[in-house]
Design a protein around this ligand. Sequence first.
Ligand code: 6R9
Length: 660
Amino acid sequence: MSETLENLSSETRQFPPPEALAAAANVKAEAYEEAKADRLAFWAEQADRLTWAKKWDQVLDWSNPPFAKWFIGGELNIAYNCVDRHVEAGRGDKVAIHWEGEPGDTRTITYAELLKQVSQAANTLTDLGITAGDRVAIYMPMIPEAAVAMLACARVGATHSVVFGGFSVDALSTRIADAEAKLVITADGGYRRGKPSALKPTVDEAVAKSPSIENVLVVRRTGQDVAWTDKDKWWHETVEQASPEHEAQAFDAEHPLFILYTSGTTGKPKGILHTTGGYLTQVSYTHNAVFDLKPETDVYWCTADIGWVTGHSYIVYGPLSNGATQVMYEGTPDTPGRDRFWQIVDKYKVSILYTAPTLIRTMMKWGDDIPAGYDLSSLRVLGSVGEPINPEAWMWYRENIGRNRTPIVDTWWQTETGGVMISPLPGVTATKPGSAMTPLPGITADVVDDQAQSVPNGGGGFLVLRDPWPSMLRTIWGDDKRFLDTYWSRFGAGADSSSSDEWIYFAGDGAKKDEDGALWLLGRVDDVMLVSGHNISTTEVESALVSHPSVAESAVVGATDPTTGQAIVAFVIPRGNVDTEGDAGEQLNVDLRNHVAKTLGPIAKPRQIMLVPELPKTRSGKIMRRLLKDVAENRSLGDVTTLQDSAVMDLISKGMNTGK
Ligand code: 6R9
């Protein structure tokens, strides 16, 4: 992105918060002013939500930027904050997790039961020689033991590294090696798409290549046959037999809590390191504020996998620190039927739903009649995370799921930020479809040009974060230099040519400010296209395509072009009922190209549109445009190890070759 990003689309719809919700909201408009007046005092106040064994002496130490320390001198135990203190306060019988297995089996886990399991698992970790500072890899399906394992690590001060169940041997073993993990916690398998899907064979292969691993702890979930080595221990023969008494010891506020690897677009995965006190402060605060959580009455459901940061912050640490009752679901959204999500919302009377744009667009494709068959009146706040949500997908979510009553919070954040950074507040913000709106209280985000100058309203550029925040990454595990290079050397004091002494965090996303200063996220800057000298965001072209009634989902890439530098190539999934055979398909192609030209202007008209049945996505639902670019430029495919379903690329390449 050499110049600024073009600001192509305009959206004028706006939805104020429902009055009753606003009147009873956890966070009111004053919070912004309060945080602005004294940011550190504001965060100190939020840290008081937690129970500290020893209070901190200083809120922030920024004397060695960009290496931040928060709540210096403070000590706390994360598991104590997420579990024990709720039991001690007499809420042991409250349900922590309503777990729903994909085949329909269920478990109800109260806070008292969770305390027992976490304590037992902590005792087993200790028996296996795990002590504070050791690293533990977790490779699990979405079963309660996954959360128990994370909390048990936190309880004994071990640093967990969760790897998506389903990632390859290579992905798992490189992550184990990078963190020098001593233990893997896994399961025989989990249920996905109606059948048991094995995990243990992948672990066996990875462990064979991993000299640092001393033990493997295995939960029996599916009962499928597993090979067994002398490193393997069954969970039910160890954890479930262990003493339920475990005294949680407090750790320093900056004690490492977890490493989570993000693949980025190129190169070796980055092990993002998060620590204890600041992380829990921000995830606890934001979970309460952004979802307006009322722990006594709400039933919260985040559909993410715990292998994604969203699962860490908004299934495990945020909700449990707030004493929430939540739903946890093991499987896929179309098993046994495409109504599974709405059946779960109806069954548990879910009141807060947090999901991803990719799922919303998939539900759009499946049709309005599916959610229409369910009672969704329990819902009162809807959330979105993971990608920019196209205005039409946002409207569909509002109308078909929220039934025009519930606010939508579009939450922008990253593995690196630890917690939500930019989002509406459901009782305060008048939302606009497709906009993440404004930074939360206590957060300073901005959009800048090449020279790190703040762009005026109406302009576009790079999203940056200006002040340190409590749940920020502390470094890249074992690679401080890469931490500096990746996030801090683009702008501000960390940049070679800069005369500024302000440290500016480069998020890697493009964004624009509208006329009111609201923020619109435009995708990764690596994905921005340069067409005849114009910087065009993939997100805006995708949103224009999705606004056509025949389109369910789309992904846009810039492919090398002899005349325009780059040309726009779009991959489009038509809605279920759309005829794409023969002439009808060709007509649709012409219509879609014209539709984009009409919506955004002729410069954004795609050179080519491919109708495809699926798009390549990561396990967290992000479209892998890099692979589509390989297809569009007739290259062999790059690294596909983080792809959710590798068969998808074959389908797409075949369509490309036959011109369909
Ligand atoms: C939480 C999470 C981070 C990247 C981020 C951005 C994209 C996430 C978004 C969004 C637009 C939102 N992203 N939320 N883009 N609007 N509400 O997704 O973390 O997996 O590390 O991805 O996801 O591009 O930079 P992570």
